[in-house]
Design a protein around this ligand. Structure first.
Ligand SMILES: [Mn+2]
Length: 194
């Protein structure tokens, strides 16, 4: 069973190619025309020990929103397809992720019911001119299209860069826990299907 998927998603606003290989140990490569997004995704992949290849171009001169949301959609679609029947996976994952003043909790369930539950005092300040409101759009799109229930809770933090980077790292680490395959090979649901 190869837990690997490629997605190429093109709209009038963005052109995004994603590859995910859940069992590869090769380092991720992330290249988008929004360097802050590339920086955060690189942190997510690195600390999640997950092989992502993301190449994305979007109309960021209009608004970074399109690129950030569409990268979340494409990564979510790729992950859902790569997981396949989800046999043997842990299903649940969680991580408290500190980064200096910032502390973020991510708890997730590969449930088939993709939703983002976003709470706590996330700083509403721009980073390098990019409004903070764009970041939950990534996590929401990723949750909806991966079929993962994701709770992201800001526990503390005043530096916006730290808080949002910690959020991406927390998601990467929680995801890495949830996708691990155990010895029994069962679908991890009393219903027998996810
Ligand atoms: Mn950083």
């Amino acid at each position: 069973m190869t837990r690997r998927q490629v997605i190429h998603r093109v709209t009038k606003e963005t052109d995004i190619q994603v590859l995910v290989d859940l069992d590869s140990l090769d380092p991720a490569t992330i290249d988008t025309n929004l360097p802050l997004l590339s920086h955060f995704l690189t942190a997510m992949a690195k600390h999640g020990h997950t092989h992502w290849q993301v190449v994305g171009q979007g109309d960021i001169e209009v608004d970074p929103h399109h690129l950030v949301e569409d990268v979340g959609i494409a990564m979510g679609q790729a992950l859902r397809a790569a997981l396949g029947e989800m046999r043997g996976i842990s299903r649940f994952g969680q991580r408290y992720l500190p980064m200096d003043d910032a502390l973020v909790l991510c708890a997730l369930d590969i449930s088939g019911r993709g939703e983002l539950y976003w709470s706590g005092p996330f700083p509403d300040r721009p980073i390098n001119g990019i409004n903070a409101e764009v970041w939950p759009e990534f996590f929401k799109a990723f949750a909806h299209h991966s079929g993962i229930t994701i709770h992201l809770i800001c526990q503390a933090g005043h530096n916006a860069h730290h808080v949002y980077e910690a959020s991406f790292k927390a998601l990467g680490q929680a995801l890495n826990e949830a996708i691990q395959v155990g010895p029994d090979g069962d679908v991890p649901s009393t219903k027998g299907v996810l």
